[in-house]
Design a protein around this ligand. Structure first.
Ligand SMILES: *Cc1c(COP(=O)(O)O)cnc(C)c1O
Length: 458
C-alpha cells in the first residue's frame, strides 16, 4: 500500500514514511492509493471479536511492509490495554433506537487517545527501524496536546513540543499536559489564541531545512494514521448493532467524521454521517449552501471544535470529486487566497449522499446536558452534548450512534453550569491537582519558538 497526496504533486510514500511526516510536500494530505475492501461476512464477524482483533484486521491492510503482523499485534494490544472500559469503546443504549458510543476511556479522557496511543507505539517502532530522531510539534486547544504527551512522553529519540494558548484551555486540560513527568515533553504556553499557535506551527512545517534537521512530525489529524485508527470503532459499533446505523459526530477538524467515510469506503454499511458543529459551522454551511467560506473563530463551550478551517474536509473533497487532484489543488489555493470556495454541483451532491450537517448553539448544548442529566442521571461533556442535540434536531429517526468524545470531568465548568454538579475526575487522574507543573511562556512568534525548539534539540 502506498500513499498519495490529495493535490497530486508529491511522490508516493510508504505507511512508515507518512506516519513520520506531516503534510505532503505539495501542501496536500496523504491518502491511500486505493481503499482495501472488507467483505460483509468478515464485518459481521467483528460483532463478536475483541476490539484489538478488529483493529488488527483493519490496520494490517494499510501498513504494507512497514510492520509485520506480529509487530502490529504487539502495538495494538499494548495501546488498548490502557483503556479502562470493557471492549475499549462501550455502546450505551439511551433510547430504543439510540446509543452513545463512549470513546473517552483512555489515559487523557478524550477520543484522541484511541488513535494517539497506537501511533505513538508505531512511530517509535518505525523510528527504531529508520534511525534518527523525531520531533513532535503540535498546537492544541487542549485534547490533542494531552493525548500526544500521554502517547509520546518518555519515548526514546523523540522530543515533544506542544503549544497551547495561554489561559484558554481548561485547568484539567492544562494540567494533563504540564504535569507530564517526562523530560522529552516541552509545553509552551503562547501569548495568543489557538489559531495564532496553529499558524506558527503551520509556518514551521513549511521551513524545509528545519523540518528535515529536526525530523518534524505532525500528530494532528492531518496524519492519515490517526484517521485509520479511528475508523476501527465505526466497524465495531456497526457490527454490534447489526443494522446500518447513522453516526452523529461532534466535528471540528473533520478528522473523526472522515474516519466514518473511510470505513464506508472499505465496505461498511452506514446510513448517514451527521456532522454536528457548534457555532463554528463552516462545514455545516458548506453542506447546506455549497459555499465553503471561512468566518472568524468564536469561543464556545465545546472548545475542541472551535475551528474555522477543517483540514480534513480536503480529504472528503478529494473523494467527492472522484480524486480530481488538478481541480482540488486549484480550489484549495483559491480558498487560501480568498477564504471562500463554491463547490461544484457534482461534488456537493456526492458529499450530501453521505453527510448531513446540523449546527448547535451553546444554549442548546447547555440545555441538552441539563435535560440528559435530569432524565438519565448521566453527565455528558459539551462536545458529546453538541452531537446529542444535533441528533434530537434531526427529522429522520433510525438506529443512531452518537459519538461521545470526552469524559465530562474534562470540561467541569460547562457541565456544572448546565447540570449544577461537578463531575469527579476518574481515579487515574485523582491527584492531578497535586502534581507539579512545567511550562514555558513564549510570544506567538515563529522565530522565538523555532529558537526554543532548536536550543532543546541541541
Ligand atoms: C478533537 C475533538 C473533537 C473534534 O474532532 P475532529 O476530528 O477535529 O472533527 C470533538 N470532541 C472532542 C472532545 C475533541 O477532543
Amino acid at each position: 500500500m502506498r500513499y498519495i497526496s490529495t493535490r497530486g504533486n508529491s511522490p508516493p510514500r510508504s505507511f512508515a514514511e507518512i506516519l513520520l511526516s506531516g503534510l505532503a510536500p505539495d501542501g496536500g494530505l496523504y491518502m491511500p492509493e486505493t481503499w482495501p475492501q472488507i467483505a460483509a461476512q468478515e464485518i459481521a464477524g467483528f460483532a463478536n471479536s475483541p476490539y484489538t482483533a478488529v483493529a488488527h484486521a483493519i490496520v494490517k491492510r494499510f501498513v504494507g511492509d512497514s510492520f509485520s503482523e506480529s509487530e502490529l499485534r504487539a502495538d495494538i494490544d499494548a495501546a488498548y490495554k490502557l483503556f479502562d472500559a470493557p471492549g475499549v469503546v462501550p455502546l450505551q443504549q439511551i433510547a430504543p433506537d439510540q446509543w452513545l458510543l463512549e470513546l473517552f476511556h483512555g489515559p487523557t479522557l478524550a477520543f484522541k487517545d484511541i488513535a494517539m496511543q497506537l501511533i505513538g507505539r508505531l512511530s517509535a517502532r518505525a523510528l527504531a527501524k529508520r534511525g534518527g530522531r523525531a520531533t513532535i510539534l503540535a498546537a492544541t486547544s487542549g485534547d490533542t496536546g494531552s493525548a500526544a504527551i500521554a502517547a509520546f512522553g518518555g519515548l526514546a529519540n523523540v522530543e515533544v513540543f506542544v503549544l497551547h494558548p495561554k489561559g484558554r484551555v481548561s485547568d484539567v486540560q492544562r494540567r494533563q499536559m504540564t504535569t507530564s513527568p517526562h523530560a522529552n515533553v516541552h509545553n509552551i504556553a503562547v501569548e495568543g489564541t489557538f489559531d495564532d499557535a496553529q499558524a506558527v506551527v503551520k509556518d514551521l512545517f513549511a521551513e524545509i531545512d528545519f523540518v528535515e534537521r529536526a525530523g518534524l512530525v505532525a500528530v494532528n489529524s492531518i496524519n492519515f494514521a490517526r484517521i485509520l485508527a479511528q475508523s476501527v470503532y465505526y466497524f465495531v459499533a456497526a457490527a454490534k448493532l447489526g443494522l446500518p446505523p447513522t453516526f452523529v459526530v461532534p466535528t471540528g477538524n473533520f478528522g473523526d467524521v472522515f474516519a466514518g467515510e473511510a470505513a464506508m469506503r472499505m465496505g461498511l454499511q452506514i446510513e448517514k454521517l451527521v456532522v454536528a458543529t457548534n457555532e463554528n459551522d463552516i462545514v455545516a454551511r458548506a453542506l447546506h449552501t455549497g459555499l465553503y467560506s471561512r468566518g472568524e473563530v468564536r469561543q464556545t463551550l465545546s472548545p475542541s471544535m472551535d475551528i474555522q478551517v477543517a483540514s480534513n474536509f480536503e480529504r472528503a473533497l478529494f473523494e467527492a470529486s472522484a480524486r480530481n487532484s488538478a481541480w482540488l489543488g486549484n480550489a484549495m489555493a483559491q480558498f487560501a487566497k480568498t477564504r471562500s470556495l463554491v463547490l461544484p454541483p457534482v461534488v456537493l451532491s456526492n458529499l450530501r449522499a453521505r453527510y448531513e450537517a446540523i449546527r448547535v448553539s451553546d444554549e442548546e448544548t447547555l440545555q441538552t446536558i441539563a435535560d440528559f442529566y435530569k432524565s438519565q442521571r448521566v453527565l455528558i461533556d459539551p462536545h458529546t452534548a453538541v452531537a446529542l442535540a444535533a441528533s434530537r434536531k434531526r427529522e429522520q429517526g433510525g438506529w443512531t450512534a452518537i459519538l461521545s468524545t470526552a469524559h465530562p470531568a474534562k470540561f467541569p465548568a460547562a457541565v456544572s453550569k448546565a447540570a449544577g454538579i461537578s463531575p469527579p475526575l476518574p481515579p487515574r487522574l485523582a491527584d492531578l491537582y497535586e502534581r507539579a507543573e512545567r511550562v514555558s511562556v513564549l510570544p506567538v512568534d515563529k522565530a522565538s519558538i523555532r529558537r526554543f525548539i532548536e536550543d532543546r534539540l541541541g
